[in-house]
Structures are given as C-alpha cells and as structure tokens.
Design a protein around this ligand. Structure first.
Ligand code: S3P
Length: 448
C-alpha cells in the first residue's frame, strides 16, 4: 500500500505539462497496429493503462517499442493481420483497452482469453459482447458478460448498424473497430455525441468515416476493409488529467497556474464550461490544432466559486470529471446538483457512491440518488477534511480527494495511491512542483 496525504496548501504556481491524453494514446497504438508500415507517436501517455494496450498488441503480433527519445513506434500488421495470442490477455485496470481491443479481436478469426484487475473484472462487458456477437464473434463470459472471458472472432465479419443503448465512446469504438474488418459499411448510432477521437484518428490513418445527424442522435459510419497507412501522431495533454491541478488552482488561495498544450476537443470540455459558469477564472489561451485535435494553454487563478446545476446532456463531455468537479462544488458557496450520472456507477469504481461517501467523511453534506449527486458547498476554506479515503483501484477518486485535502482544514489521506499510475504517473511530483503539500506516509486523524 502506498498512502499519500494531502495537507492544506496555498499559492500554487508555475507552468506544468500534464501527461498525454489517455483515450488518444490507446487509439494511436491500436490504429498503428492495424495499419501498414510505421506509426510514430509523440507524447504518448506512459501510464499503466496504455502500457496494457501496448503489451496486448505485442502479444497479438504487432511490434510496439519505445525509443530512447521517448517517441513510440508501432509497426502494424494491417487489418485482419493479428495473430492468435499464446497466453492470457491482461487489460489491467483499463476499460478502454479491454473494450477497444475486444472490438479489434472480433474481426479476427482467432481465439483469445482476456482478464483484468479486480476493478475491471467488476465492470460490464455485455455492452460490447452484444454488438460484437451481431458481427459474428462468439464469447464465453462470466455472468453479466464480465471478465475473464473467451472470444472467438468472426471468420467472416458482417457489417451492421448498431444503436448504442448507452452514451459510450468505448462501445462506439468497439463497433467501428470490428467494422474495419467487415466488407461494407458499419454504423454506430449514438443517442448523444461522445468523444470522437476514433473518428478523427481513423480518418488520419486513411479510413472513410462519415458522421451524420440521425433521427435521435448521430450516425457514425466506417467503410470496412480500408488499407490504413501508418502515420505520425502527436498526443495532446489530457484534459481529464489537467482537471486535477486546475481544480487545485481554483480552490487553493493565491494560486496562478498555466497548463500548456491541453486537448480542448469540444466533446471533452464539459468541465471547463461548468467551472467557468461557477465563476472560475479560467482562460483558454493560444488555441490551435495539433495532429487533428484542438489544443490550448489553460491559465487558472484561484476563484470564488458558486454552486451550479449541471444538465444531464453535458455528462458525456465530462464523464470522467465528476469526482473532481464534486471537490470544486464542496469548496463553492451554495448547492450543486449533477444529474444523469448512472454511468458513474460502472467506472473504475462506483464513483457516485465513492464521491458521496468521501465528501461526507470530509464534513460535506451530500445527497446521492441512483443517478444524481447534490453537494452542499461549504465555501472556501471551510471543508473539514481529516479523513482517510479508500481508492478502491480508482485513480480519479484518489486524485480528486488529494486535491480536496489541499483545501481542507485537516489533511486528507488516500489509502493506496498506486492506482494513480494508470493515468497520471507523475501526479504527486507534478503537484509538489506547483507547491502542493502532498506527503507519503501516515496521517493522524479519523478513518473513513
Ligand atoms: C473513454 C470513454 C469513456 C471514458 C473513459 C475513456 C474512451 O468511457 O469514461 O475513461 O477512451 O473511449 P465510456 O465509453 O464507457 O463512456
């Protein structure tokens, strides 16, 4: 166990780069493996989740390597060219790796056995098993379609039109990735737009991808059996990781931070809009395009925040940011209500309950329903803290509560912070570099 303790901090300052975008990093390796020739990836997130994708792709016959200069190279095998793996595929903590790569495997005539850590083995895979069966793959899975599971990919993958029952970029991407191996058009119909990194990057690799308005939502179509060509990818900073120093800068008095080169894809920026509506002094400077994705430098200064109601329609554009938004809401004046959060229950942990319990342990009044959270803000400097939070293999719960500890009256501890390695390996050092008081070890105080 690696316990970390966050103590009250002020005047966070400096200019720091957050690590590469996790969603884009997975996709760069996967599309590189399915392309012909070499793909070079700069700024890849070197966290445990993306390393799991790299390891699995190597087991499937692609060559993935890191150069001394930190650039990653992938030598792809072409669509349909992956090999049957000789051993179990371990996706670790990563839902994205599991769901996207099972989509890839569904289009290959091979059998593979897949598992993950205790968190991933709790998460639903039925949402991809169902559409992938429709394309000709077969599965043997635990009840509820959970890992470990065995997949036998289709020998003649069939294109299909599939309506997503939940707003999920992972499910959409699994369907599109399987569709790459099928002759003709495969369409994912999504009820609400979700992150479109797969669509953008598939085009950059040479695939024909169309996005059209549909009766209720939008239709994303890929034409199967293209020849993907290896390309150069530059990965922007992850807005979901930037969220932690950003909120820390808002709630720690006297702070002034710059986070350069952060992805600002409009399907990811719900948190930035919400914080701005709460009164955050947050400026997106130097907007530009980086390898097909919009990026900007974020400038943030501590701010007096007020509570807010976040509409459910915004949830897909900030689905990973609710834990740290709840921390901002706890330090705001007034009440915040977040609705349409059912999906938070099936993330790395049940984030709705984890956030509600953790805030209550830190002296913040909250109400939790099946799919909503109400946070009664304590106002700046008035969150008690003084709790130990169980990370439960959830990196974003760990980071969110460390951020809360920086603004708490008493310290906040995380029982096992190793889970942060999945998405933001240098988190504690980066925060210390800004002036945050985050220490390893024991904490005297209550246990939640
Ligand atoms: C992701 C999609 C989201 C998000 C996850 C990454 C992706 O999950 O929560 O962290 O890279 O496609 P869902 O697809 O389940 O909404």
């Amino acid at each position: 166990m690696t316990r970390l303790v966050a103590h009250s901090s002020t005047s966070l300052s400096g200019c720091v780069s957050v690590p590469g975008d996790k969603s884009i990093s997975h996709r760069a390796l996967i599309f590189g493996a399915l392309a012909v020739g070499e793909t070079r990836v700069e700024g890849l997130l070197e966290g445990e989740d993306v390393r799991a994708t790299a390891r699995v792709l190597s087991q499937l016959g692609a060559e993935v390597r890191r150069n001394v200069d930190g650039v990653w190279q992938v030598f792809g095998v072409g669509i349909g060219g992956l090999h049957e793996p000789a051993d179990l595929l371990d996706f670790g903590n990563s839902g994205t790796a599991a769901r996207l790569l099972l989509g890839v495997l569904a289009g290959h005539p091979l059998t593979a056995f897949a598992t993950g850590d205790a968190s991933l083995r709790r998460r639903p895979m039925g949402r991809i098993v169902e559409p992938l069966k429709g394309m000709g793959a077969s599965f043997v899975a635990r009840s509820g379609g959970r890992l470990p599971l065995a997949i036998t990919g289709a020998s003649a993958p069939a294109p299909q039109t599939y309506r997503l029952p939940v707003a999920s970029a992972q499910v959409k991407s699994a369907v599109l990735l399987a569709g790459l191996a099928a002759p003709g058009d495969t369409t994912a119909l999504e009820p609400e737009p979700t992150r479109d990194h797969s669509e953008r990057m598939l085009r950059a690799f040479g695939a024909d991808v169309r996005v059209e308005a549909a009766e209720d939502g939008r239709a994303v179509t890929v034409t199967g059996q293209p020849e993907l060509m290896g390309t150069a990818v530059t990965v922007p900073g992850d807005p979901s990781s930037a969220a932690f120093p950003l909120v820390a800068g808002l709630i720690c008095a006297g702070s002034d931070l710059t986070l350069p080169n952060v992805g600002v894809n409009p399907l990811r920026t719900g948190l930035f809009e919400t914080l701005t509506e709460m009164g955050a002094d947050l400026v997106l400077e130097n907007r530009r395009e980086l390898a097909g994705e919009p990026v900007a430098d974020l400038r943030v200064r501590s701010s007096a925040l007020t509570g807010i109601e976040v509409p459910p329609a915004r949830a897909p554009a900030m689905i990973d940011e609710y834990p740290v938004l709840a921390v901002a809401a706890a330090c705001a004046e007034g009440t915040s209500v977040f609705r349409g959060l059912g999906e938070l229950r099936v993330k790395e942990s049940d984030r709705l309950t984890a956030v509600a319990r953790g805030l209550a342990a830190c002296g913040v009044a909250v109400e939790e329903t099946e799919d909503s959270l109400t946070v009664h803000g304590r106002g700046p400097g008035r969150v008690a803290g003084g709790a130990e939070i169980k990370a439960d293999l959830d990196h974003r719960i760990a980071m969110a509560f460390l951020v809360l500890g920086l603004a708490g009256q008493a310290p906040v501890a995380i029982d096992d912070a190793r889970t942060i390695e999945t998405s933001f390996p240098a988190f504690a050092d980066l925060m210390r570099g800004l002036g945050a008081d985050i220490r390893a070890g024991e904490m005297a105080g209550e246990t939640a």
